[in-house]
Design a protein around this ligand. Structure first.
Ligand code: SAH
Ligand code: SF4
Length: 393
C-alpha cells in the first residue's frame, strides 16, 4: 500500500498579485486599529481619527455602503479625500446557484482571478454562512474535494469579510435607513468550514473575525462563529485567546493508523497530542462544547468499535459529535456509510451522553455540501491517480 505523500507543512504557492487599479487601499477587512492608521496616513488629523473610524466603520459594516459619496455625515472634502486614497472592494460574484433545498452557493472571484466558494444554508430559525479561508488547501485529506486542488493561496482578511458582505447583498440583509429595526437575521451564524485550513491563515482569519464580531457593524457574537480545523495544534490555543469563537475539529478516525490516511496532518500532530490541546480550549476561550466532526466512510471508520473508541478518547472534553454522511465528488475514493450504520454509530455515541446529530447533506445537487467545494474552473488539478495514491489505495 502506498503511503500518502501529502505535504503536512504549510506549502502555499505564492501567487503574484497586482495592486488594484490606481493603487487604492481597500478598507474592507482592516481592523479598527489598521483603519485608524490608514486614515491618519491619508491626512486625517489624529484628533479626529477616532471619530472618523467610527463613522466610516458604520457606513461600511452597518449600512453596507460602497461609495464614499453616500457617507452623508462626512464633509464633502473629506469624502473626496477618502475617495482619492481608498476603495471599498468586495469579491465579485461570478455565479450564485440555488439548490432545491434553498441552499445558495456563491462562486466568487478574487484578486489574481482566483475563485473561492461560499455557501448559505437557510434553516428554520437561523441561517448559516459557510465561508472559505484559502483558495484550495495545502492539506490533502483523502476524502475532501478541496484537497485535490493544487493551487493554493491565503485569502486576505478583506476577502474573508467580503464573503459575508456579498452574501448580505444577495439576501438583501442590510438595514434600510428609517425602516424599523428588523431583529431576524438571515445570516445568524458563520462557519469557517469552506475551502482551506483556517489555522494556516491565522492572522487574516483572526482579523476578519474581529471585523465580523465588532459590536457596531456586522455584530455576530463569538458564539455564533465556528472555526473548523483539521487539527493544527500550535494554533489552537491562539484561536481561544485571540478569537474566542467556537471550535470544531475534523476528527474522522479513532486510531492514528486510519487518521494518518484520512487527515494526513495527523502524522505531525497525532490523536493524543490533539486531544491534550483540546482539553484546555473551553477553559481558555470561556467557550461552549467542542464539536467533533466525523465523516462517515463505509467500511473505513464507521464500526461499533470506532464509536466506542471515540467515546473513550474524548472523555473529559465538553463535546458534541457531528456525524457527516460522506458527500461524493467526481473521482472520490470512498463511499458513504449506509444509513443504518450511521444511526447505529450515532446511537452508541448518544447513549454515552453526547449529542450526536447527523448532519443533513445540504445543497448536494449543486455540489455545495461539505467537502464538495472546489473552484470548477481552477485548471491545475490533480489526476485521479494522484488522488488514489494519497488515499493510500
Ligand atoms: N479545513 C478545515 C475546514 C474545511 S472542511 C477542516 O478540515 O476542518 C469542513 C468539514 O467538511 C470538515 O470537517 C471536513 O472534514 C468535512 N469534509 C471534507 N470533505 C468531505 C466530504 N467529501 N464529505 C463530507 N464531509 C467532508
Ligand atoms: Fe483541507 Fe479541511 Fe479539506 Fe482537509 S478537510 S483538505 S484540511 S479543507
Amino acid at each position: 500500500m502506498t503511503e500518502p505523500t501529502s505535504p503536512i507543512t504549510q506549502d502555499v504557492l505564492t501567487v503574484p498579485r497586482k495592486l488594484p487599479e490606481g493603487g487604492k487601499l481597500n478598507l474592507v477587512g482592516l481592523t479598527r486599529e489598521e483603519l485608524r492608521a490608514a486614515l491618519i496616513a491619508a491626512g486625517t488629523p489624529e484628533k479626529q481619527a477616532k471619530m472618523r473610524v467610527g463613522q466610516v466603520w458604520q457606513w461600511i459594516y452597518h449600512w453596507g455602503v460602497r461609495d464614499f459619496s453616500e457617507m452623508t455625515n462626512l464633509a464633502k472634502d473629506y469624502r473626496a479625500l477618502l475617495d482619492a486614497n481608498f476603495e471599498i472592494a468586495l469579491p465579485e460574484v461570478v455565479t450564485c446557484q440555488v439548490s432545491m433545498d434553498g441552499t445558495r452557493k456563491y462562486l466568487l472571484r478574487i484578486a489574481g482571478g482566483h475563485e473561492v466558494e461560499a455557501v448559505y444554508i437557510p434553516e428554520e430559525n437561523r441561517g448559516t454562512l459557510c465561508i472559505s479561508s484559502q483558495v484550495g488547501c495545502t492539506l490533502t485529506c483523502s476524502f475532501c474535494h478541496t484537497g485535490t486542488q493544487k493551487l493554493v493561496r491565503n485569502l486576505t482578511a478583506g476577502e474573508i469579510v467580503g464573503q459575508v458582505m456579498v452574501a448580505r447583498d444577495d439576501l438583501g440583509e442590510w438595514p434600510k435607513p428609517g425602516a424599523p429595526k428588523d431583529e431576524t437575521r438571515l445570516i445568524s451564524n458563520v462557519v469557517l468550514m469552506g475551502m482551506g485550513e483556517p489555522l494556516y491563515n491565522f492572522e487574516n482569519v483572526r482579523n476578519a473575525m474581529k471585523v465580523v464580531m465588532d459590536g457596531e457593524g456586522l455584530t455576530l457574537s463569538r458564539r455564533r462563529i465556528t472555526l473548523s480545523t483539521s487539527g493544527i495544534v500550535p494554533e489552537i490555543a491562539r484561536t481561544a485567546e485571540e478569537i474566542g469563537c467556537l471550535l470544531a475539529i475534523s476528527f474522522h478516525a479513532t486510531t492514528d493508523e486510519v487518521r494518518d490516511k484520512l487527515v494526513p496532518v495527523n502524522k505531525k500532530w497525532n490523536i493524543a497530542t490533539l486531544l491534550d490541546t483540546l482539553r484546555d480550549y473551553p477553559r481558555l476561550s470561556n467557550s461552549e462544547r467542542i464539536t467533533f466532526e466525523y465523516v462517515m466512510l463505509k467500511g473505513v471508520n464507521d464500526s461499533d468499535d470506532d464509536a466506542r473508541r471515540l467515546i473513550k478518547l474524548i472523555r473529559g472534553i465538553p463535546a458534541k459529535i457531528n456525524l457527516i454522511p460522506f458527500n461524493e465528488w467526481p473521482g472520490s475514493p470512498y463511499q458513504r456509510s449506509d444509513w443504518e450504520r450511521i444511526e447505529a454509530f450515532a446511537d452508541i455515541v448518544y447513549k454515552a451522553g453526547y449529542a450526536a446529530p447527523i448532519r443533513t447533506p445540504r445543497g448536494e445537487d449543486i455540489m455545495a455540501a461539505c467537502g464538495q467545494l472546489k473552484s470548477a474552473t481552477e485548471r491545475a488539478r490533480k489526476s485521479k491517480a494522484e488522488i488514489a495514491a494519497e488515499a493510500g489505495q
